[in-house]
Design a binder for this molecule. Structure first.
Ligand code: PGA
Length: 259
């Protein structure tokens, strides 16, 4: 892959395929993955490829991925520049490790660590001001979907998470729709469900005064090599955020090479 500029929103909505390793892989294992993975995805110029790795692997992966075009990111950040916040990392620390992206508001952060929409908006502001590309995640739980509240929940998450975000920073933002009931469960949203919901998200972004038509929206939740192509064929699915299936180089490479 050739080096290319980092852009969130783009008029062409170029495919964006991102792995999220969660709490898997030591530094050595992470670097070994990159060495195996990069040759498998070759010289792709029509799509973006990214890896969100554990904080301890950021620097090693950023060095190993240099020159490959693979975007390297963290999975979370704190909104303050520095301070007495044991266990947290700042945007500047991510940049200092050589990474250029960060996931914000993943449902596991919201569910297990108390991340709120208000925190997401502060984290987004910190990421933008440090020059990072932010991948902001939203999604409903099974109970919310079954109660017919999916759109209401997403509208409220988007409003809270995007508070303070301004259109001129669109190049720093990518959205990810991850239905909580589809994450790590083996239960993928059908392509129709994902398409319908992502079209709604795009409309809501526009209603918030943001460039909904040019922002990229990823789908995440039990993406596998055998469903990646069908999901990517949907008009409002611009990329994929992949957990489990991104942990092995060959399976993530198959997803990246969809189509
Ligand atoms: P999964 O995770 O692909 O393992 O379902 C997706 C995610 O949480 O980003």
């Amino acid at each position: 892959m050739s080096e290319k500029p980092l852009t969130g929103g783009s008029s062409t909505r170029r495919p964006f395929l991102a792995g999220n390793w969660k709490m898997f892989k030591t530094g050595d294992q992470a670097v070994a993955f990159v060495k195996e993975f990069v040759p498998l995805v070759g010289n792709l110029s029509d799509r973006d490829v990214a890896l969100a790795v554990p904080a301890t692997a950021l620097q090693g992966v950023a060095e190993a991925a240099k020159g490959s075009g693979v975007i390297v990111g963290a999975q979370n950040l704190h909104w303050e520049k520095e301070g007495a916040f044991t266990g947290e990392i700042s945007a500047d620390m991510i940049v200092g490790a050589g990474a250029t992206m960060v996931l914000i508001g993943h449902s596991e952060r919201r569910q297990f660590f108390g991340d709120t929409d208000g925190w997401v908006s502060k984290k987004l502001a910190a990421a933008v001001s440090a020059g990072l590309l932010a991948v902001v995640c939203v999604g409903e739980t099974l109970a919310e979907r079954e109660a017919g509240k999916t759109f209401e929940v997403l509208a409220s998450q988007l409003k809270g998470s995007m508070a303070g975000f301004v259109p001129k920073d669109e190049k720093r933002l990518i959205l990810a729709y991850e239905p909580v009931w589809a994450i790590g469960t083996g239960k993928t949203a059908t392509k129709e469900e994902a398409q319908e919901t992502q079209a709604f998200i795009r409309k809501e972004l526009s209603a918030l005064g943001l460039p909904g038509q040019s922002l990229r929206i990823l789908y995440g939740g039990s993406v596998k090599p055998d469903n990646a192509g069908a999901l990517m064929a949907q008009p409002d699915i611009d990329g994929l955020l992949v957990g489990g299936a991104s942990l092995k180089a060959d399976s993530f490479a198959k997803i990246v090479n969809f189509g």
